[in-house]
Design a protein around this ligand. Structure first.
Ligand code: PHE
Length: 351
């Protein structure tokens, strides 16, 4: 074997090795290459080991060339290794054949449902005025949904709240349980639990037995508000709700209060804001009236206060209830309330 080892042979081997190295793109391939040339039984290593048995005149030239080649291969290998490690991207690209010039895939971010967004915005406006957020049950007793709100059995106001009753009779054969038709039962529940001063805001889901159309859903949200204390007047109601309207609909807003009837308030009002779309001149959104009704409100009825054990000669308060979907429809020009619950991404993605 020793006689076959010539300077030319070593040179060819070195060139071959370098050409091969150029085509390698993975760490594994580089390692294989190293083993096959420079490993303990590598082709170059074997040659170097055999040099000692060459005739002296060959030994010097082949020996020198062999060592040079070894150093060269080691250096080139080190450079390739370094380059491959430094560019992780290009390594990925080479190993997995990814086209790194393609535009990236957008990470789609989730977002809050428009109803959740508007409920939070409404609550924030009242929290800023010192109200505290509380929540209550969606399956409610007749007692809280109606009776304690001054709507006894047989009262005509019950018809206004087309109710979904739970299929459960009490001992007297009556149906005492329903899906709450409004968040007002929380007025009684909150006052039962705490003494004045009371300032709470109650967001939550409500249900009514109603056919759906563009402005009616059988399930929807409400946000209830209640403030009870020594000396609260109708002026407090007006000031609070005026501030709310300005925060949610803009500082230019004007408000209008007209008489309305709800059994649990006296006097009761419906509150409207001047139309933010046409500044009160009359347009499609305000149905040419210049005004948009946004909530029911009033001074808490003395019977409601007494029903929870409050002294109605000492304490007074105001309450209000509004529909967030309706507020969102007005604010964003949404023309069908059913969109909120149809899970259509083309609608939801707009918020
Ligand atoms: N609960 C009433 C409704 O659903 C709204 C309301 C709340 C009115 C509080 C007055 C006071 O229509």
């Amino acid at each position: 074997m020793a006689t076959e080892i010539t300077a030319g042979f070593v040179e060819v081997l070195g060139r071959e090795a370098l050409m091969e190295l150029d085509g390698l793109n993975t760490l594994e391939a580089l390692e294989d290459w190293r083993v096959s040339y420079l490993g303990r039984r590598g082709r170059l290593t074997t040659i170097l080991r055999a040099i000692g048995s060459l005739p002296p005149e060959q030994r010097r030239t082949v020996g020198a060339l062999g060592n040079q080649t070894k150093t060269l291969l080691e250096e080139r290998l080190a450079i390739r290794l370094q380059a491959l490690k430094e560019s992780g991207v290009s390594r990925l690209a080479m190993e997995e054949q990814i086209d790194v010039t393609l535009p990236g895939r957008a990470i789609s971010a989730g977002r809050l449902h428009p109803t959740t967004q508007i409920v939070r915005e409404i609550c924030d406006a009242f929290v800023a005025m010192g109200f505290q957020i509380v929540e209550g049950p969606e399956v409610e007793w007749d007692k809280y949904n109606f009776e304690m709100l001054n709507i006894p059995r047989g009262h005509p106001a019950r018809d206004k709240f087309s109710s979904i009753w739970i299929d459960y009779r009490d001992q007297g054969g009556e149906y005492p349980m329903l899906l709450r038709t409004h968040t007002s039962p929380m007025q009684a529940r909150v006052m039962e639990r705490m003494r004045p001063p009371v300032r709470v805001i109650v967001p939550g889901k409500c249900y009514r037995y109603e056919a759906t159309d563009a402005t009616h859903e059988w399930h929807f949200y409400q946000v209830e508000g209640l403030a009870v204390d020594d000396g609260i007047t109708f002026a407090d109601l007006k000031g609070t709700l005026y501030e709310f309207a300005r925060r949610v609909f803009g500082p230019e807003r004007r408000v209008r209060f007209r008489c309305d009837y709800f059994p649990f308030v006296e006097p009761g009002v419906d509150m409207a804001i001047d139309c933010f779309a046409c500044q009160g001149n009359g347009c499609r959104i305000c149905k040419e009236s210049g005004w948009i009704e946004i909530m029911g409100a009033g001074m808490v009825h003395p019977r409601v206060l007494e029903g929870v054990g409050y002294d109605s000669s000492k304490y007074t308060g105001f309450a209000f209830g509004l529909g967030p979907e309706r507020i969102a429809m007005l604010k964003y020009g949404i023309d069908d309330i059913r969109l909120f619950y149809s899970n259509d991404l083309r609608f939801l993605r707009q918020f």
